[in-house]
Design a protein around this ligand. Structure first.
Ligand SMILES: *[C@@H]1O[C@H](CO)[C@@H](O)[C@H](O)[C@H]1NC(C)=O
Ligand SMILES: *[C@@H]1O[C@H](CO)[C@@H](O)[C@H](O)[C@H]1NC(C)=O
Ligand SMILES: *[C@@H]1O[C@H](CO)[C@@H](O)[C@H](O)[C@H]1NC(C)=O
Ligand SMILES: *[C@@H]1O[C@H](CO)[C@@H](O)[C@H](O)[C@H]1NC(C)=O
Length: 451
C-alpha cells in the first residue's frame, strides 16, 4: 500500500527536483519504517529474552537478597496450568515476604478438580528451568532444593485459616507474625491447609508479572513449542502462496519468508465452560462472558489491520478436536488450524495435561495477534505476559496504536464490530481481577514505565 502510493507520486511529479527530493525522503521513511516493523516482528522473542537478561543483571545489583538458610514449604500446587502458575507465584511472594527461600514445590501433572489425592505430583523443574528461574529472579525471590536443608529439625507448621472469618487482613497478620523471632528461627516454615491458589492475595500485579517472567520452560518443552510454531508458519506460507500471487515474488528473494505472522485464538466453547460461564454471567449480571463459536468468528474477522490470508491457530480443549465444525465458518483469508489439522496432535499426546497446556500457552504468548476470553485465566495470563513484553519494548500505551503484537478479548465488543483491544493494567493492586476474570480491560495510559 505504501509502495503503491509512492509509485503514484513518482509518476506524477517526480520530474520536479523538489519532488524528487521529497519522494526520496518518503522512500527512506518507508524503508526505515518497514525495517523497524520487520525487525520488531521477527525478533519479538529475541528482544524479550535480551531484556530479561538486562533485567536480571539489574536485579543482581540490588542490595536485597533472599536468605539462603531459611526456607518455606507449601502444599502441592494443583488444578489448571494457570491456576498452578498463580499459586506458584503466590507461594514465591509469600516466601519473599518472609525473606525465605521457597523449597521447590510440586506441581500437578493431571487435572482433577475434586479429588486432590489423585493428582499426580510433578516437580517444578520438569516444566520450568530451575537455574534460569533463580538467575532471572535473583534478588527478588529464590527457589531451593530439599538437599539445601542443613538441620532437618521439625519444621514450624503454619496453619492457614479458612472460612468467612479468615479475612485478608487476618491472613496478612498471621504472615507478619511469622516474621517475628520466635518463628523466624525455624529453618523451615511449612504452610499447611489450602493450596496456594486459594490463599488470600496480598501482592500487586507487577510482582506477579516479575515472577511469571522468570518461568522459562525447560529445553524439551521449548523444542516442542518451536516445532509447533514452525509448523504454523509453514502452513501460513503455503496458504499465502496459494492465494496471494504478489507475495510469491517477494518470497523468492527470501525477505518475506523470514516471518510469517499468525493469529492465536483461545476458543472456549466446550460444554463445561459454557455451563460455567452462564453461571458466572447470572451471578455478575452481565452478558459479556460467554461467546458462541459464531460470535468469536465474527469478532475476529472484524479486527482491523489484519493482513489476509493468515493462519489462525485455535487453542481449544481436546474434546473440540473431534468437532470438525470449529474449522468451518471462518471468513475467507482467515485459515483455521488446530492441533489435529496441523499434524501435531501426536506430539502433544505424548505429554501429560500440564505440559500440553504449557506448550499451548507459549504458542499463544508468541503469536503476532492473540484473541482470548477476558474471563479465562489462561487468556488473562497470556495477555499479561504480552503486555509485559510490550512494556519492556517501550510501548507503554499501545492500545490505540497498531504495534503488531496486540491482544484482543472476543467476549467484549470493540471498534467496528471487532473484538476489543486488550492490555493488562499493570498498576492493579492485586491479581484477583485477573485470576477470576473481568470485563474491564480498558487501556490505561498511566502504566508504570519502570516495570
Ligand atoms: C533478607 O534478609 C537479609 C539478611 O538479613 C537482608 O540482607 C535482606 O535485605 C532481606 N531481604 C528482604 C527482601 O527483606
Ligand atoms: C508487621 O508487624 C510489625 C510489628 O511487628 C508492624 O510494624 C508492621 O506494620 C506489620 N506489617 C504488616 C504488613 O502488617
Ligand atoms: C541448626 O540447628 C542449630 C542447633 O539446633 C542452630 O544453632 C543453628 O542455627 C541451626 N542452623 C540453621 C541454618 O537453622
Ligand atoms: C476499570 O479499570 C480501571 C483501570 O484499568 C480502573 O481505574 C477502573 O476503576 C475500573 N472500573 C471498574 C468498574 O472496575
Amino acid at each position: 500500500m505504501n509502495f503503491a502510493s509512492c509509485e503514484l507520486l513518482k509518476l506524477s511529479s517526480c520530474h520536479m527536483k523538489s519532488m524528487v527530493f521529497r519522494c526520496f525522503i518518503l522512500v527512506m521513511l518507508i524503508l526505515v519504517f518497514r525495517i523497524t516493523i520487520c525487525s520488531f516482528r521477527g525478533s519479538t522473542w529475541l528482544t524479550w529474552r535480551t531484556s530479561n537478561w538486562i533485567a536480571m543483571s539489574a536485579a543482581s545489583n540490588l542490595q536485597y537478597s533472599i536468605r539462603r538458610d531459611k526456607f518455606l514449604e507449601v502444599p502441592q500446587i494443583v488444578w489448571g496450568l494457570n491456576n498452578q502458575k498463580i499459586a506458584l507465584a503466590r507461594a514465591c511472594l509469600t516466601s519473599r515476604f518472609l525473606n525465605r527461600t521457597l523449597l521447590m514445590p510440586s506441581l500437578s501433572a493431571s487435572l482433577f478438580y475434586k479429588e486432590v489425592d489423585l493428582l499426580k505430583p510433578m516437580p517444578f523443574d520438569k516444566i520450568f528451568n530451575f537455574e534460569k528461574f533463580n538467575a532471572l529472579c535473583e534478588g527478588f525471590v529464590r527457589l531451593g532444593r530439599y538437599s539445601n536443608l542443613v538441620n532437618h529439625t521439625k519444621p514450624f507448621e503454619l496453619q492457614k485459616g479458612s472460612g468467612r472469618k479468615w479475612t485478608k487482613d487476618r491472613d496478612l497478620d498471621q504472615l507478619n507474625q511469622s516474621r517475628e523471632e520466635s518463628v523466624d528461627t525455624a529453618e523451615v516454615i511449612r504452610i499447611v491447609g489450602k493450596n496456594p491458589f486459594l490463599w488470600h492475595d496480598h501482592w500487586p500485579v507487577k510482582d506477579y508479572a516479575k515472577i511469571f517472567e522468570c518461568l522459562v520452560v525447560v529445553d524439551e518443552i521449548e523444542n516442542e513449542v518451536a516445532k509447533v510454531i514452525s509448523k504454523i508458519r509453514e502452513v501460513g506460507r503455503m496458504v499465502g502462496h496459494k492465494t496471494d500471487a504478489s507475495e510469491k515474488k517477494e518470497n523468492t528473494d527470501g525477505l518475506i519468508n523470514l516471518h510469517v505472522p499468525y493469529i492465536a485464538v483461545h476458543m472456549r466453547i466446550e460444554k463445561d465452560w459454557m455451563i460455567h460461564c452462564k453461571k458466572v454471567e447470572q451471578k455478575l449480571r452481565i452478558n459479556e462472558i460467554c461467546s458462541s463459536k459464531e460470535e468469536i468468528m465474527e469478532r475476529v474477522s472484524h479486527i482491523r489491520g489484519i493482513e489476509l490470508p493468515v493462519t489462525v491457530y485455535l487453542a481449544v480443549a481436546d474434546i473440540l478436536l473431534e468437532d470438525g465444525t470449529i474449522l468451518s465458518g471462518w471468513k475467507d483469508g482467515l485459515v483455521p488450524f488446530e492441533k489435529k489439522r496441523l499434524g501435531v496432535l501426536g506430539a502433544y499426546k505424548k505429554y501429560p495435561y500440564l505440559i500440553q497446556s504449557a506448550i499451548d500457552y507459549e504458542v499463544c504468548s508468541r503469536a503476532d495477534i492473540f484473541v482470548g476470553n477476558s474471563f479465562s485465566t489462561f487468556s488473562s495470563l497470556v495477555v499479561l505476559s504480552r503486555t509485559q513484553k510490550l512494556i519492556k519494548m517501550g510501548f507503554t500505551n499501545s492500545c490505540s496504536v497498531e504495534v503488531g503484537y496486540s491482544s484482543y478479548a472476543y467476549n467484549i465488543l470493540g471498534q467496528s464490530g471487532g473484538a476489543k483491544r486488550w492490555m493488562t493494567d499493570m498498576s492493579a493492586s492485586s491479581l484477583v481481577d485477573i485470576s477470576y476474570g473481568t470485563n474491564n480491560i480498558s487501556c490505561n495510559s498511566n502504566w508504570d514505565k519502570t516495570l
